[in-house]
Design a protein around this ligand. Structure first.
Ligand code: NAP
Length: 534
């Protein structure tokens, strides 16, 4: 029997929206299953105060439609969540995509049937849908993780993970608020609410190296200029490793005279966006001596900005150098700690013992709170896959295959799971870049692959184990070049709150967007080498 759909896409975020758009162009029967009540993915869920891009807005929008580029005005260089969600909703409306999206539809199990060469997708509302190709657009950071602390259910006031920030407004004014976690999310939230709440208690385990975002409004004249340069902007993003407008300075740090080097760093620290991380000397991220010198430069910036020297030292990471974990971009984050109503609690000195009915109990005291916010991060990339039961060929489970180290071929498919295209899956190049830039490459490639298969009369695709191994070795090699490999963060698959994931796993592709594109292009040019078709 023919399956109900040619393609089912799971997820209606940045990736799923574009994948649906592209498959429409092939006249296929496609549906998107989305757990949320609307499109937007990350930007639908994360509604916490201060949530915004660290990518330049105008480098984040889709590039595929000149008309869309022409009509959409960004209001800030780094847009906030409400604006980004509006943008994605606009794209969905403009291209009439919602008619092929099923919201409030949570996928629970996907099972491959070899005889019919179809996937059966079971949803939480008890339905079974069949398709030829299954594509996952389930996000990198969509499986939020709570801390493994006792008593989270006991707290009497409102408490939530930032990812599940309520849709209705949350009144924080005049409240005693506790935040656990100081990653990119916590940093944005703390800076945003510090001057609005009565008391803010920040429970910090490991600080991060943060740098100023320098956001600003976009004037109509600036928007007109940006619009006239879109081709140039996207071409620039295509040539940088991270898919941003910022690319590395390839001079060796030590070859640049000290005075010039520091002047360059001062300029980076005063400039908007990720330049300080991705536009720095290349060896700052690869060579421990270069990294140590720049790290000290940033440490001194923190010391200058935080009045209390003890607090300043607590905010300076000691377990990793600058840029070896994701750099949170901030707006007056460090200055928040100069306020009398903000207190930094180092949980290494006084560990959290439990959450109580009234607040947070550390080894030292009980902090009474009105609201507790968990900014404790995500079971990155594979977490979203683990929450769905993917059962492939011969009853193999994806969860088991990836339990130790997630391996794929080119980040797009795992051996043993025919016709399952893991858009933005582990070890893919799309996941380590300015997301829409990477996603457009991945989605375009996957769309051309499907088209090619249809033209050649194929209905089944699976990578070989050898191809998967070759790609995995390459992924590991790319990690070996970067200091990042030694830092514990979601970039290295680390999450202390998930059993079996408090260790290094090679989750993302670090070879850079241009190199990733070359791998994809070569694979396609050689008749999709590494895959077996049927
Ligand atoms: P995260 O970077 O993983 O940070 C989680 C924080 O929670 C860390 O400080 C972690 O401490 C802490 N934590 C976890 N469990 C804890 C426990 N049991 N006790 C105490 N502290 C605990 O997560 P995130 O901040 O949500 O950011 C994740 C990613 O989302 C970012 O790296 C970024 O890629 C993306 N993001 C992007 C933007 C943007 O574009 N502007 C904004 C927000 C997030 P340890 O460090 O000690 O583990």
């Amino acid at each position: 029997m023919e399956p109900a759909y040619d393609v089912i896409i799971i997820g209606a975020g940045v990736c799923g929206i574009y994948q649906l758009y592209r498959l429409r162009g092939l006249n296929l029967n496609v549906t998107v299953l989305e757990a949320g009540s609307g499109p937007g993915g990350t930007w639908y869920w994360n509604r916490y105060p201060g949530c915004r891009f660290d990518s330049e807005s105008w480098s984040y929008g889709y590039s595929f439609s000149p008309e869309l580029l022409e009509e959409w005005d960004w209001s800030e260089h780094f847009a906030g969540q409400p604006e980004t969600l509006r943008y994605l909703e606009h794209v969905v409306d403009k291209f009439d995509l919602a008619r092929d999206m099923q919201f409030n539809t949570k996928v629970e199990r996907c099972t491959w049937d070899e005889d019919s060469r179809t996937w059966t997708v079971e949803t939480a509302d008890g339905r079974s849908l069949t398709c030829r190709f299954l594509m996952t657009a389930i996000g990198l950071l969509s499986a939020p993780t709570m801390p493994l602390l006792e008593g989270t259910e006991d707290f009497q006031g409102p408490s939530f993970h930032t990812y599940y920030w309520p849709h209705e407004p949350v009144e924080l004014g005049g409240k005693r608020v506790g935040i656990i976690g100081t990653g990119a999310t916590g940093v944005q939230l703390i800076a945003e609410i510090a001057d609005k709440v009565a008391e803010l208690k920040v429970f910090q385990r490991r600080p991060n190296w943060c740098a100023p975002l320098h956001n600003s409004k976009i004037t109509p004249e600036e928007m007109a200029d940006i619009r006239s340069r879109y081709d140039e902007i996207f071409a620039r993003c295509a040539e940088t490793p991270g898919g941003f407008i910022h690319g590395p300075d390839r001079r060796k740090m030590a070859d640049v005279p000290e005075e010039e080097r520091y002047a360059f760093w001062e300029k980076l620290y005063a400039s908007p966006g990720f330049g300080i991380w991705l536009g720095n000397f290349r060896d700052v991220l690869m060579d421990s001596e270069a990294n140590a010198e720049f790290t000290e430069f940033v440490a001194n910036k923190i010391r200058e900005r935080v009045n209390d020297p003890v607090t300043a030292e607590k905010l300076i990471p000691t377990d990793h150098g600058f840029g070896t974990r994701r750099v949170p971009m901030e707006t007056r984050y460090y200055e928040a700690y100069n306020r009398d109503n903000v207190q930094l609690i180092d949980v290494n000195d006084t560990p959290i013992e439990r959450i109580t009915a009234k607040g947070v109990k550390t080894s030292d005291q009980e902090y009474e709170l009105d609201v507790i916010i968990y900014a404790t991060g995500f079971d990155a990339i594979t977490g979203a896959f683990d929450r769905i039961d993917f059962i492939g060929r011969d009853g193999r489970k994806l969860r088991d295959k990836w339990s130790d180290n997630p391996i794929t071929y080119l980040g797009v498919q795992a051996e043993g799971f025919p016709n399952l295209v893991t858009l933005a899956g582990p070890t893919g190049g799309s996941v380590s870049t300015n997301f829409p830039r990477g996603i457009e490459v991945g989605v375009d490639w996957a769309t051309e692959l499907v088209q090619w298969m249809l033209e050649h009369g194929y209905s089944r695709i699976e990578p070989t184990a050898e191809a998967e191994e070759e790609w995995s070795d390459h992924v590991a090699d790319m990690y070996s070049m970067l200091l990042m490999r030694n830092a514990k963060s979601w970039f290295t698959g680390y999450n202390s709150n998930v059993a079996g994931k408090d260790k290094t796993r090679f989750l993302i592709y670090n070879g850079g967007a241009p190199r990733y594109r070359r791998w994809l292009d070569e694979c396609a040019a050689e008749g999709y080498k590494g895959f077996v078709f049927g």
